[in-house]
Design a protein. Sequence first.
Length: 197
Amino acid sequence: MAVNRVPVLKRCRSLGLDPIYLGIDKKSNRELKRANRKVSEYGLQLREKQKAKFIYGVLEKPFRNYYKKADRMPGMTGTNLMVMLETRLDNVIFRLGFARTRKEARQIVDHKHVLVNGKQVNIPSYLVKAGDTIEIKEKCKGSQRYKDILEVTGGRLVPEWLEADAEALRGTVKELPSREAIDVPVNEVLIVELYSK
């Protein structure tokens, strides 16, 4: 599997992104030395796409597939794309506060710690639906790892489209998120423009 090994803070700096969106509390002390060049329209579109890919941890080919799927769905393509990215299982685990970062959430799913509606799912890109119940396996709940995670993520706000029970490490998808409920600094219109060329 391909893995992006670029240091996170360096990547955040180059995309003009706050690391807090990735669940990272660190701040970079370095300033980005960028010449006052005018960025082309294509450059802006590309940066938005890279930002979305980086935040959700999706590589180019799956991201393109999400776009194609979103394009075929009824409604706005950009909104459909953002909703699909937001309802990935690894992202939902992160949003519920059962992982510090999306990368950690992906690992938790990979290691078969997650049950969706009582069935084990180990596919991070699994798309959850409204009414799904997501929980951490019973035998993993007592581990020190989850106590540490809940200590860190305790103060994090859970989006209104999700319902979390931190004590039982269980969450429910009340409804699919609207675009307004997704607090990611990505302009999906530019991504649609980029792919529709």
